[in-house]
Design a protein around this ligand. Structure first.
Ligand code: ATP
Ligand code: MG
Length: 173
């Protein structure tokens, strides 16, 4: 029986986005059509965005939204960017063009009230039947957890950041 799943990777540990990228890799191997929307744009050029360029006819990537809120200079602009990004994601979900849609760092839109939680839950509840959706981000809301079929929480046991070791190329970006 084929069923489109809603997969959620949350928690404070490292590995949420990389696990989503692993699912993308796996899906590409099956010739599934994939789209990823990244809701938070980091400062670094990430390896994954570069690597996905080699799959440009298999994986559509949108890097949308602004940077991290705590680095923000203009919160109004951030909210607008987040809403635009969400509208784009909704169009992608409803398009019926994809087998897998990854919504990377979506949880923050809810956490910071950038987008109405109901709108997001609505879109997820009414997604095309066969479509798989993978959501990542810390602090997933209770309702998001409820709507998901598969939820994994990544916990931190150790992180080099605590020892003052900075982010390493290939491991973190
Ligand atoms: P990755 O993209 O490596 O899979 P992630 O998606 O699980 O990580 P995010 O919550 O999106 O992690 O955080 C982004 C960045 O913060 C990553 O570079 C990650 O290594 C780093 N990070 C994750 N957990 C911790 C932590 N406990 N302390 C400090 N930095 C962390
Ligand atoms: Mg992440």
């Amino acid at each position: 029986m084929k069923k489109g799943l809603i997969v959620l990777h949350t928690g404070n540990g490292k590995g949420k986005t990389t696990a989503a990228l692993g699912i993308i890799l796996r899906s590409v191997g099956h010739n599934l059509k994939v789209c990823m929307v990244q809701f938070i744009k980091g400062n670094w050029k990430t390896g994954e965005i570069e690597a996905l360029k080699s799959f440009e006819n298999k994986v559509k990537v949108y890097v949308s939204g602004k940077g991290f809120t705590w680095e923000s200079k203009n919160i109004e602009e951030d909210i607008e960017a987040a809403q635009d990004a969400w509208n784009l994601a909704k169009t992608v979900i409803d398009s019926g063009k994809y087998n897998l849609v990854v919504l990377d760092e979506l949880t923050y839109l809810i956490k910071y009230n950038f987008v109405k939680e109901e709108d997001i839950l609505d879109a997820l509840n009414n997604k095309p039947k066969d479509l798989h959706i993978v959501i990542t981000g810390r602090n997933a809301s209770e309702k998001l957890i409820e709507v998901a079929d598969l939820v994994s929480e990544v916990n931190v046991l150790k992180h080099p950041y605590k020892e003052g070791i900075k982010a390493q190329k290939g491991i973190e970006f």
